[in-house]
Design a protein around this ligand. Structure first.
Ligand SMILES: CC(C)(COP(=O)(O)OP(=O)(O)OC[C@H]1O[C@@H](n2cnc3c(N)ncnc32)[C@H](O)[C@@H]1OP(=O)(O)O)[C@@H](O)C(=O)NCCC(=O)NCCS
Length: 167
């Protein structure tokens, strides 16, 4: 399918995306996703603890949600954890769907889902400072940077930005 046709098709689909608790088979599929550098930082196997949490139903708990299109194809995932009424958001589009402008509608679909499910007062997320692509999408969704801090992950120390948005 042409790139434009695929983007149109997925954009339409994003409005009817279903979001449900992540199953073991979703988790195993996501564990095999590989992003192009520098986003391979987000491959599940970049951090052993993250990979273990993803693949073990007990560790995964109630945090992870999978998004499927109308054909039942896995298109991305969300991680939601609530602290004092604020929902921490993690987001990941399937690698072949990134870089096409689909991140904003996908994120907005996830935030809508989280509003309905958790009735939060606000949203918070953290993002690696180098990930300008993600930060642009978060800003377009209404998130504002609140602080920057070093964080140990993926075998190194990286600068992260915390961002918040009202619900
Ligand atoms: C983060 C994510 C939701 C972003 O969605 P996306 O659809 O891929 O992003 P877009 O294609 O809309 O890109 C957003 C903007 O960043 C711009 N951009 C892309 N790469 C960039 C770079 N290296 N520097 C500056 N801007 C960049 C794009 O041009 C676009 O701006 P435009 O609409 O004005 O052209 C998606 O890539 C994703 O889920 N990735 C998985 C890995 C990841 O980064 N996770 C984030 C965890 S915090």
């Amino acid at each position: 399918m042409r790139r434009e046709a695929r983007v149109d098709a997925v954009s339409t689909t994003l409005r009817t995306t279903s979001i449900d608790r992540m199953t073991q088979s979703d988790a195993e599929a996501i564990a095999g996703w590989r992003y192009e550098p520098p986003y391979d930082f987000y491959d599940a196997n970049s951090d052993e603890r993250d990979l273990a949490e993803l693949l073990d139903a007990g560790l995964r708990g109630e945090k992870y949600f999978a998004a499927h299109d109308e054909h039942g194809d896995l298109i991305g995932f969300f991680a939601f954890t609530t602290h004092d009424g604020v929902v921490n958001v993690g987001v990941g589009l399937r690698p072949d769907l990134t870089g096409l402008g689909l991140g904003l509608p996908f994120l907005e679909r996830g935030l809508d889902f989280a509003r309905g499910r958790f009735a939060p007062s606000g949203f918070r997320l953290t993002v690696a400072e180098f990930n300008r692509r993600a930060i642009i999408v978060y800003e377009r969704a209404g998130f504002v940077a609140t602080r920057s801090f070093p964080h140990d992950t993926n075998g190194g120390t990286f600068q992260f930005v915390e961002m918040e948005c009202s619900a």
